[in-house]
Design a protein around this ligand. Structure first.
Ligand code: NAP
Length: 434
């Protein structure tokens, strides 16, 4: 019997466990370990609450968790409660699937002022991440700014602009829904340091903006090159740019505005004890297509600033780490003998949920090639890990516990919502009678 530990229960972790289960059948057992008592990582804490169809992929992960030989060990933080070295004593291989939960810094003056938050914090707050339950983003001003031109920026701008009714059917947490309902924000400026043809936003996500109830997406056609320039784009990007251009033709009166400000590079954030304005430099594209400052600066008022400029993977003691890229040092997912990584911890923070499937299968294949089915000598696998955790007084959760928490969340749901998420570790443990 082989024993594998997959650290992280987001998409990358589940696809890897699925692939290992297929590769080894009954000849292996694997445990998906998570620092929280509940599984799904990015699906639960990252995917927007009004994108329930994307979240439905967790049903597939449920099936993986119910596969014979696959276990869930929640409420265990690798690197704090147990080291990677200890895991490697108990398991034949350890696969790190811990994602990229940390915000990249802007690196500009004023970014530590109250009112400036990273997208991991903001998204975590409205999605019920326990670390951000008390974030309390300032929604008392009339202007907000979103920095970045990716899909996360779109998520944040859309969530800020929706009405209460538009969250029907979502699983946005109650504290965020109430706060957003009382928000004074009327103008949301979305800043891209490059131009409209360089956005990293996908057509479906952009298209939603045209139909918002209260917010009108606004673009300045002077920012766009002649329409023929779109011919050189790949089909997906061309579709996105067409949708952007078409925003200029929407004839509607809506009380809020989502203003796309292109060629806009943040230089500093200023304010009296809290964020009040963003100092921005107008840019142009250089020969390589990068943003080059023109020296012209202007101010964008904003008492809430959300930077959506990418993420990094936290380092773990003893695991080689690439500081510049913010991910584990690896070659095709292999970090060292018996130690692997998958997903954003392997590739960096790009790609959709589905990208993690081939990624997980590729690494599982590499594991299977290096370690054919057979005996793992005296490695004790999950039983050994649980004994160690017991000695340390750490109460791990399993998949049955998760089911109980899920049922409690479903029972607490307000009307029109699939669940009311618990947002603190203590709440989860309480639901389990611990
Ligand atoms: P992203 O797609 O890499 O976009 C990051 C954005 O930040 C880019 O526009 C980038 O501009 C900008 N940026 C980076 N550093 C900056 C700086 N110092 N100053 C100003 N702007 C800066 O990342 P993301 O939005 O975090 O998304 C991560 C991944 O998740 C993506 O693959 C995304 O598609 C995916 N995702 C998908 C969905 C969905 O399918 N619904 C939802 C959310 C996220 P440059 O291009 O100039 O570098």
């Amino acid at each position: 019997m082989r024993h594998f530990a997959v650290v992280g229960s987001g998409p990358a972790g589940f696809y890897t466990a699925e692939a290992l289960a297929k590769a080894y059948g009954e000849a292996a057992r694997m445990d998906i370990i998570d620092r929280y008592p509940v599984p799904y990582g990015l699906i639960r804490f990252g995917v927007a609450p009004d994108h329930q169809s994307l979240k439905a992929v967790s049903k597939r992960y449920d099936k993986v968790a119910e596969t014979a030989g696959v276990g869930f060990i929640g409420n265990v933080c690798v690197g704090a409660d147990v080291s990677v070295e200890e895991l490697m004593e108990h398991y034949d291989a350890v696969i790190l699937a811990i994602g990229a939960p940390h915000d990249r810094k802007l690196g500009i003056p004023g970014e530590d002022l109250p009112g400036v938050i990273g997208s991991a914090q903001f998204v975590g707050w409205y999605n019920g991440h326990p670390d951000f339950a008390d974030l309390g983003p300032p929604l008392d001003g009339t202007h907000a700014a979103i920095i970045g031109n990716g899909n996360v920026a779109l998520d944040c701008a859309r969530i800020l602009s929706k009405t209460r009714a538009e969250f029907d059917g979502s699983d946005i947490v109650g504290h965020a829904l109430d706060a957003l309902d009382n928000s004074a924000i009327k103008t949301i400026t979305v800043l891209g340091r490059r131009g409209p043809l360089q956005i990293a936003m996908t057509p479906k996500e952009l298209g939603e903006l045209a139909h918002l109830e209260a917010a009108l997406p606004l673009v300045d056609l002077n920012d766009f090159p002649p329409v023929e320039a779109d011919d050189g784009l790949d089909p997906g990007q061309r579709k996105s740019v067409t949708i952007l251009r078409d925003f200029a033709n929407i004839r509607a009166n809506r009380p809020k505005a989502m203003v796309f400000d292109f060629f806009a590079k943040p230089l500093a954030i200023e304010g009296d004890g809290r964020a009040e304005r963003l100092i921005v430099e107008r840019t142009e594209l250089d020969e390589k297509g990068a943003a080059r400052g023109t020296g012209e600066t202007y101010e964008v008022p904003a008492s809430l600033i959300v930077s959506c400029i990418g993420y990094s993977t936290p380092s773990i003691a003893g695991v080689p780490y690439d500081e510049r890229a913010g991910k584990f040092l690896n070659e095709a997912g292999r970090i060292a003998d018996r130690l692997y990584c998958v997903g954003w911890a392997r590739r960096g923070p790009t790609g959709t949920i589905g990208t993690n499937r081939p990624d997980g299968y590729e690494v599982a294949e590499a594991v299977a090639a290096a370690m054919p089915a057979g005996s793992s000598g005296d490695r004790a696998g999950g039983e050994g890990l649980k004994a160690l955790l017991g000695e340390r007084g750490i109460g791990a959760t399993d998949f049955t516990d998760w089911r109980r928490i899920e049922r409690a969340e479903e029972a607490a749901a307000r009307s029109g919502s699939p669940r009311e998420k618990m947002v603190r570790v203590e709440e989860w443990l309480q639901a389990l009678g611990r």
